[in-house]
Design a binder for this molecule. Structure first.
Ligand code: AMP
Ligand code: MG
Length: 354
């Protein structure tokens, strides 16, 4: 195992420990949420290659328990469909067979593919799940510990581009128009899984809840008894601690009914020849995105914030902020790279700051 690989494994472990932290505020005022409600907190469980924590609030503990377990089942179900690490996932089947024939997929996978294509159009291609061949090339470079040449990038880019992905809504099928394409849902599957987990809890009678998958979080409804609000703390990426809860908090955000996701090179990166490379790739150039060390997006749904956080990392500060301002109900906090970093906020983010 060479140096580059070893460093990545450490960093992937590190992401469990930094990022967005969830906590709640004590209820000083008489809250309007039902009194006597109960909450079940799962604590951290390993799922989707990271830690997930779920809290369900309900009128009785049986309901709250059921909600937590059903929400975890949803996370596992989505992971089994969309993981590219699992060779028997539906996504892996599409990646193996998508050029030879049309592949019929589940409603959930089709939904994610359709939304991904829409996000690609809305972000001018910054978000692009056909990034797979470039991700593979990056992993290969990391294993060899050597930076990529333009020639290799150019060849991989021939198999990348959302316009090369054919989706047939009527037949619910997927097809690749170029051989060797590979889809990677690493930038959106967590968010989608969170939304599905929240839906499952709501369907089973939760009056409030929180789902946190690796620091991407969505909350709704009543916070636990005795608490006033669902709050999340945004960690300063330049002051990351090495234990949960350590490190400096940059901001505390109120998240009554909403979702938050953070992307950035402080969470996942490779080190080759002493240079740090983000795992987020600009498909137009084939290179790792640069310029922003962290992008946090707030909006109603987790799928949207997950995809936009990845897209804004590619777009950079100026175009990224323009995209956020264009989208209704979307806010963001961007932190630039480098020792003299800047914290940039979208115009409406103030209403979330505690
Ligand atoms: P996130 O942490 O949500 O920003 O997702 C990062 C992951 O998304 C990477 O590890 C890749 O699997 C995938 N990815 C990389 N570049 C892109 C891109 N331009 N668009 C969509 N997904 C990407
Ligand atoms: Mg993302």
């Amino acid at each position: 195992m060479n140096k580059g690989r070893r460093l990545t494994i450490e960093v992937v472990f590190f992401i469990f420990l930094v990022g967005v932290l969830y906590f709640v505020l004590p209820d000083r005022d008489a809250s309007f949420w039902p009194k006597g409600r109960v909450d079940v907190d799962s604590g951290n469980r390993l799922v989707m290659g990271t830690f997930a924590r779920i809290i369900a609030v309900a009128i009785d503990s049986g309901t709250a328990n059921n909600c937590v377990e059903a929400a975890f089942e949803e996370l596992k179900r989505i992971d089994e469909l969309m993981s590219d690490y699992k060779s028997d996932s539906e996504l892996s089947e599409v990646n193996r067979e998508g050029f030879e024939k049309e592949v019929k997929v589940s409603e959930a996978l089709f939904d994610v593919l359709k939304r991904s294509a829409a996000y690609s159009r809305e972000t001018g291609g910054a978000f692009d799940i056909t990034v797979g061949p470039l991700v593979d090339l990056g992993r290969w470079a990391e294993e060899k510990g050597q930076a990529l040449g333009e020639e290799e990038i150019l060849r991989a880019r021939e198999r990348v581009g959302f316009e090369k992905l054919e989706l047939d809504e009527m037949k619910r099928t997927v097809r690749f128009s170029v051989e060797g394409m590979r889809l990677d849902l690493g930038g959106i599957a967590k968010g989608y899984a969170i939304d599905k987990a929240i839906e499952a809890m709501q369907g089973l009678g939760a009056i409030g809840g929180m789902v946190d998958v690796g620091g991407d979080i969505r909350c709704f409804g009543a916070p636990p008894e005795g608490k006033r609000l669902w709050l999340v703390g945004l960690q300063d990426p330049h002051e990351g601690g090495d234990v949960v809860g350590a490190g400096k908090l940059l901001l505390v955000l109120r998240l009554a009914n909403g979702a938050i996701a953070t992307s950035g090179d402080y969470r996942r990166f490779s080190v080759i020849d002493g240079k740090r490379y983000s795992h987020i790739i600009d498909t137009q150039t084939g290179h790792a995105s640069e310029g922003l060390s962290s992008v946090t997006i707030i909006a109603k749904e987790a799928t949207l914030v997950d995809a936009l956080a990845t897209a804004v990392s590619v777009l950079g500060a100026q175009k990224g902020l323009e995209l956020i301002e264009r989208q209704k109900g979307v806010e963001g906090v961007l932190i630039t790279s480098g020792p003299k970093y800047e914290v940039l906020k979208s115009s409406g983010v103030g209403k979330y700051i505690e």
